[in-house]
Design a protein around this ligand. Structure first.
Ligand SMILES: [Zn+2]
Ligand SMILES: [Zn+2]
Length: 174
């Protein structure tokens, strides 16, 4: 079971389900067309967001396909799927996006996940490269995060952004 925080695609019949990647857009207007293969991400940032959404849904095939072959090593879609299934991603903040060269870009982000009642922060500068018309994730440079992980109080507002108290939100799904 992957965790989907406030996004429940199974029950929603509307087109305004918020995207996993916290863009503020609906899933249908954000990562869904990219994850389904209907559209290509036009920027490294869009690819990065789609990969975050893929982690939220444990989409191993997509994660493998959008990683550069030279850094995949022994990775398999199954391994990526199983890794993602163990994770509970709460929130994504994209901090910056800059071109490194005509076909390379760097995206800096903070992604927050819930681990045993604690909020952990992954602060990463990721390198992406353009392969034809497809952006690919190359590698990530993890940055130090001071003060994390943080214990989340049961009565605190859930860090996932739902507005609900933690105990009534992500604490229930682990
Ligand atoms: Zn999105
Ligand atoms: Zn929550």
């Amino acid at each position: 079971m992957s965790h989907t925080k406030r996004v429940d695609l199974g029950k929603s019949e509307k087109n305004d389900t918020p995207c996993f990647c916290d863009s503020g857009l609906s899933y249908q207007d954000c990562c869904q067309p990219i994850l389904s293969g209907a559209e290509l991400p036009v920027t490294a940032k869009a690819l990065m967001r789609s990969r975050y959404s893929a982690y939220c849904q444990a989409m191993g095939e997509y994660l493998l396909r959008t990683q550069a072959p030279e850094t995949r090593k022994e990775l398999t879609a199954q391994m990526l799927k199983e890794t993602a299934e163990q994770q509970h991603w709460m929130r994504l903040d994209v901090l910056s996006h800059q071109a490194v060269s005509p076909d390379q870009a760097m995206v800096e982000f903070k992604a927050y996940q819930l681990i045993d009642g604690y909020l952990a922060c992954l602060h990463e500068k990721s390198l992406f490269r353009l392969d034809g018309d497809q952006w690919l994730y190359v590698s990530g440079d993890i940055q130090p995060t001071d003060g994390f992980p943080i214990k989340i109080g049961r009565n605190e507002t859930c860090p996932c952004g739902s507005g609900a108290k933690f105990k009534r939100c992500c604490a229930r799904t682990g």
